[in-house]
Design a protein around this ligand. Structure first.
Ligand code: SAH
Ligand code: SF4
Ligand code: F3S
Length: 380
């Protein structure tokens, strides 16, 4: 059996970066990588649980591989379903959660041993799952593997402690953990030495960053100073942790892109409260007014959820009007999807499919027109 590994990634940039980390660890352990599932003996799915649709895509992809290859499910669905994955997808050999990715090469070695046809092994048919890890070891970020030779994603914090009522991320990624700034800077330095010139700092809530001594704005200042770096940016920001000091830093730091992704989620105060977002519509609108005042030629993008439980036509209008008034360069519009573990799951998902679809379409059309006018193509 060939030992080449193919990895398919679903979900957010965090998963894209985690896939690179896994590739780096696998290369170090002597495994070859391939872009083609046909040439691979081992297929890894790095998965996302954020909406039902994301999970459905993964289940159907897994179902397509019934040809005796070794199959591993990693990432947020692994953490969400743990060993239950084997019940729904018996062709899966192992399951590894986001905090256990350092164990992937060792697990593959074990599975390869029992799957070899000429060796009757006591582990035969055994399934392996590792989802109990709480913390990643810092060294996994230093393999030097970046898919893009010019650009690096650099994780600054893992997990999220915001518990927005609709969101599964805190349950599958755990509470927020901040990497030490010296470790982050070391990783960037190593990347720059390899010829990388652009960096994106990653976290589910980057503005909350603090390692005890260095906060987010200070971190931006330190990164801006790095020799060889041409440009950098960050995602994702949370409105409740965003303030004028960030905008001032964005205006001053010459290498920092004038780009802010600031999810609004809803324009209705009642829904924002039910979502546990921690800000009001007015707070958000005042914030971006400051942003546009302080940062010249500033780009602004957002995320919106339509059809949250109890959302009325009036609530929806508030969101629609907010988008119309703000004129985001781009907006990512999602239909509410109930998630296990979350607070909102306890509420009745009472906005009927037809209304969710109608609201989704209306906002998409509005935003398409705005994005076209503002020449932003990156919308869906
Ligand atoms: N930490 C980031 C990204 C979280 S996931 C943030 O706070 O913005 C990306 C987006 O998916 C969210 O901003 C939200 O708009 C959407 N999302 C999350 N959970 C969802 C759910 N249950 N149903 C529909 N959309 C959801
Ligand atoms: Fe989810 Fe909210 Fe955390 Fe974003 S900030 S990851 S939406 S809990
Ligand atoms: Fe999805 Fe996990 Fe990212 S649920 S959005 S891949 S943190």
């Amino acid at each position: 059996m060939t030992k080449k590994v193919y990895i398919k990634v679903f979900g957010c940039q965090m998963n894209v970066r985690d896939s690179e980390v896994i590739c780096g660890l696998l290369e170090k352990a002597g495994y070859g990588l391939t872009d083609s599932p046909d040439k691979a003996g081992i297929i890894l799915f790095n998965t996302c649980s954020v909406r039902q649709h994301a999970e459905d895509r993964v289940w159907s992809e897994i179902g397509r591989h019934k040809d005796g290859k070794i199959i591993g499910v990693l990432g947020c669905m692994a953490q969400n379903y743990k060993e239950k994955i084997f019940e729904r997808a018996p062709n899966v050999d192992f399951v590894v959660g986001p905090s256990d990715i350092d164990k992937v090469p060792g697990i593959i070695t074990r599975v390869c041993r029992y799957k070899l046809p000429d060796k009757a092994h006591s582990l035969n048919e055994a399934k392996i799952w590792e989802t109990g890890g709480e913390k990643r070891t810092g060294d996994i970020y230093h393999t030097g593997f970046y898919a893009d030779k010019d650009h690096a994603f650099v994780v600054i914090s893992e997990g999220c402690s915001n518990y927005c009522s609709y969101c599964v991320v805190p349950y599958v990624r755990g509470e927020i953990r901040h990497r030490m700034s010296r470790d982050i800077l070391k990783e960037i330095e190593e990347a720059l030495d390899k010829g990388i010139t652009k960096v994106t700092l990653l976290g589910q809530n980057v503005n909350a960053y603090s390692d005890g001594e260095v906060n987010f704005v200070k971190l931006l200042q330190l990164v801006n100073r790095m020799k060889g770096l041409q440009e950098f940016s960050f995602i994702t920001s949370h409105p409740k942790n965003t303030a004028v000091d960030l905008f001032k830093a964005m205006a001053e730091l010459e290498k920092l892109k004038k780009y802010l992704h600031l999810p609004l989620q809803s324009g209705s105060d009642r829904i924002l409260k039910l979502m546990n977002r921690g800000y009001s519509r007015k707070f958000y609108l005042d914030l971006i007014e400051e942003y546009r005042k302080i940062v010249k030629k500033a780009v602004l993008t957002t995320d919106i959820i339509v059809g949250f439980p109890t959302e009325t036509e009036d609530d929806f209008r508030d969101t629609y009007d907010a988008l119309k008034g703000v004129e985001f360069d781009c907006a990512y519009i999602f239909k509410y999807s109930p998630r296990t573990h979350t607070e909102a799951e306890k509420l009745d998902d009472d906005v009927v499919k037809k209304d969710k679809e109608k609201r989704h379409k209306l906002i998409l059309e509005l935003q398409k027109e705005i994005s076209r006018r503002k020449k932003c193509e990156n919308t869906f």
